[in-house]
Design a protein around this ligand. Structure first.
Ligand code: TLP
Length: 342
């Protein structure tokens, strides 16, 4: 199978399995797992923050961040196409009483600065209190679009003027950093907290890290505990995360090149809507621009030829490249697509 459904399907590398087999472990709830401690310190360094906290998933990273920044009745401003708003089961509202203020994402993953500013609530007992602005980089549903450091700084300016905190869902922030050729810290220096995922393009089997100040992470540990996300000898899995940070970041450029190859091939096919210039990282969204076939049918026809993609809402489908997909796989996938569309 050529599995392009997501970069979450990546399997651990041989070096990861070896590191897992030999990981030194302890009880992390006592702060005594040396492998987790090492991963957290390393992750915090890569994000330019003072502290890090290992969590089982990106969803829990974002949720612990929101629960730490906001109290019940507080409001978070976030993009209406953001993963946190659309795809995290409304967890912050269900569990934290946090009110979402969804503002339209632009096709490039940003939120218009004037719209952010206009969404900030005045002090009035009728309103929830705005507390936090969340951004996503790269932006999944906006096709892996990346936010530039200048944009992050501009949003920071708004946050500071209004005394708000900023959180970044940086599930794929290393993809953005590699595509821009800048250290990830350039994209995180303006936020108070950031979650990044080890188990997407970086190929570790489990886990994300939430990073922020010492005080913030101290509080976030209580939120993680409340969610049942404090693990014990989880150094076994964190060991793969260390290998991910050491060895798997720079190679993300290969995934961006294969995504571009896929996008260019797709754009040349009649019945497919896609501008390959908009593909900046590893995610390729394309539209099935014909009525005689649904995205589900196209995806089924591809599955029969050994290629997996994800049908999404409307006429859209998503393909994501990753470790384990090379240029030859892309060419095979493209011929399968040509055949399925014929
Ligand atoms: N995204 C998954 C699915 O949930 C859609 C995927 O296949 O892309 N933030 C962003 C931007 C994400 O894309 C995801 C996962 C998460 C957070 C959540 O991470 P996990 O799956 O570890 O909870």
């Amino acid at each position: 199978m050529i599995d392009l459904r997501s970069d979450t399907v990546t399997l651990p590398t041989p070096r990861m399995r070896e590191a897992m087999a030999h990981a030194e472990v302890g009880d992390d709830v006592y702060g005594e797992d040396p492998t987790i401690n090492r991963l957290e310190t390393m992750a915090a360094g890569r994000m330019g923050k003072a502290a890090g906290m290992y969590v089982p998933s990106g969803t829990m990273g974002n949720l612990t961040a929101l629960l730490t920044h906001c109290g019940r009745g507080h409001e978070v401003i976030l993009g209406d196409q953001s993963h946190t708003y659309l795809l995290e089961a409304g967890s912050y509202a269900a569990l934290g009483g946090i009110h979402p203020r969804a503002v339209p994402n632009q096709p490039d993953g940003t939120i218009n600065l004037d719209h952010i500013e206009a969404a900030i609530r005045a002090e009035d007992p009728h309103f929830p209190r705005t507390r936090l602005i969340c951004l996503e980089n790269t932006h999944n549903v906006c096709g892996g679009a990346l936010l530039h450091p200048e944009y992050m700084a501009a949003v920071r300016g708004i946050a500071e003027r209004h005394g708000l905190a900023m959180h970044l869902d940086g599930a794929r922030v290393f993809n953005a950093a590699v595509a821009l050729g800048v250290p990830a810290t350039e994209l995180t220096k303006d936020v108070d907290s950031v979650t990044f995922c080890l188990s997407k393009g970086l190929s570790a089997p489990v886990g994300s890290v939430l990073c922020g100040s010492e005080d913030f992470i101290y509080e976030a540990r209580r939120a993680r505990k409340a969610l049942g996300g404090s693990m014990r000898q989880a150094g076994i899995i964190a060991a793969a995360g260390i290998v991910a940070l050491e060895e798997m970041v720079d190679r993300l450029a290969e995934d961006h090149a294969t995504a571009k190859r896929l996008a260019e091939g797709l754009a040349s096919m009649p019945g497919i809507g896609l501008d390959p210039d908009t593909v900046e990282t590893d995610i390729v969204f394309f539209e099935l621009a014909r009525d005689d076939m649904t995205p589900d049918e196209l995806s089924e026809a591809l599955r029969e030829q050994g290629v997996l993609v994800s049908p999404k809402s409307g006429r859209r489908l998503r393909a994501v490249t990753h470790y384990g997909i090379d240029a030859e796989d892309i060419d095979t996938a493209l011929s399968a697509l040509r055949q399925a569309l014929a």
